[in-house]
Design a protein around this ligand. Structure first.
Ligand SMILES: [Zn+2]
Length: 104
């Protein structure tokens, strides 16, 4: 997975195309992620111990990782990512536009 939790990503397709948001959750097995404030779905909730009132809540639904692009914090654009191995053997993600490391 090239996308990690807390990454800033841009949505490439669907009704949220063009929106950016922070990755809240990643599901590597399914190649899906949840991005804050995108792909909102309404769910009907019944009243229970946690929820005193029944009603509709909106919540982010997961989207396919192929529909997002990582935002480079340096050039502030959706960037293609490549991997580079540092001298100490650490694998880091690098933006192909500005060649800056995306990982701190
Ligand atoms: Zn960049």
């Amino acid at each position: 997975m090239k996308i990690k939790k807390d990454d800033q990503v841009k949505i490439l397709s669907g009704r949220d195309a063009g929106k950016t948001g922070k990755v809240q959750q990643v599901f590597p097995k399914h190649s899906k992620i949840i991005v804050e404030g995108t792909n909102m779905v309404s769910r009907h909730m019944k009243a229970n111990a946690d929820m005193r009132q029944s009603g509709i809540i909106t919540k982010e639904a997961s989207i396919d990782i192929s529909k997002v692009q990582l935002m480079c914090p340096k050039c502030n654009k959706g960037a293609k990512i490549k991997y580079t191995i540092l001298e100490d053997g650490k694998k880091v993600r690098v933006c192909n536009l500005c060649s800056e490391m995306v990982d701190q």
